[in-house]
Design a protein around this ligand. Sequence first.
Ligand code: FAD
Ligand code: FES
Length: 258
Amino acid sequence: MKEIHEFTILERRQPTPQYVILVLGHGGTMQPIAPGQFVEVQVEGDPRVMLRRPISVHDADAAKGTLTLLIQIVGNGTRRLAGLKEGDRLNLVYPLGHGFTTDIDAASRTLLVGGGAGIAPLLHLSKALSAKGIRPSVLLGGRTASLIPVHREFEPYADVLLCTDDGSMGHHGMVTTHPAFSQQWDMIYTCGPTPMMKAVARSAAERNIRCEVSLENMMACGVGACLCCVTDTDQGHRCVCKDGPVFDISTMKKWYQC
Ligand SMILES: Cc1cc2nc3c(=O)[nH]c(=O)nc-3n(C[C@H](O)[C@H](O)[C@H](O)COP(=O)(O)OP(=O)(O)OC[C@H]3O[C@@H](n4cnc5c(N)ncnc54)[C@H](O)[C@@H]3O)c2cc1C
Ligand code: FES
């Protein structure tokens, strides 16, 4: 059940100028949150930012009571969050939305494809898959090396593959041109810029590979009340906040074909 929770910022890191990592502590038993679900963060101290901002869970440790957010600075809200210091308080509503399917065969050849802030939920997902005995491959892409904020964190749980449009790190090209992408996978999960996810989904559909996409439409209420996050699916309009953000592409032909 979604609830409001107060957290304290235990640690703040800035791996690149555009990204900040906040490790939050609850100080008690924490409500579990599944990979792909998200929190709505209250941004205080800036009158231009009235609505909470949706942010994925980058990492969560229910036993320790910690939750980690990876935040890309794009506007007033995220800039304000990035300016917070260790010891500051943060008010979150969670768990929100439907996350990734992790109940898959342990023998599944599994690929996670992430770009930009879409890399965030893939660490929590990698850990969940690893706990089930699956070692996924994680393919992370960005326009340039500084736009891939994290990758070493994945190494205990996944085989990491990198690519950049300008060749500054890893394979030179987009994620869909990485040689590993065209291997035969049983399951692909993706989160990142919409054109990237659509290209991944189209390729997966052509190759009959099961695939889940995590959409990052603009949101307001985050709970299915305002309809501002609606996306067109083969089953009609769906709220990304309530019915997603994760969707199986078997219901998303209309979305990925346009
Ligand atoms: C389910 C979900 C999970 C998300 N997880 C993360 C995460 O883990 N880390 C992270 O950094 N960001 C994440 N986002 C995106 C994040 O919510 C937005 O970047 C943030 O709300 C922007 O707030 P702002 O006040 O800084 O920018 P605004 O002033 O609101 O906008 C600044 C610019 O960013 C664009 N923008 C705003 N929201 C989005 C969006 N959702 N997608 C693309 N462009 C947007 C606006 O069009 C504008 O150009 C997620 C979004 C969703 C829906
Ligand atoms: S954000 Fe309001 S319905 Fe999804």
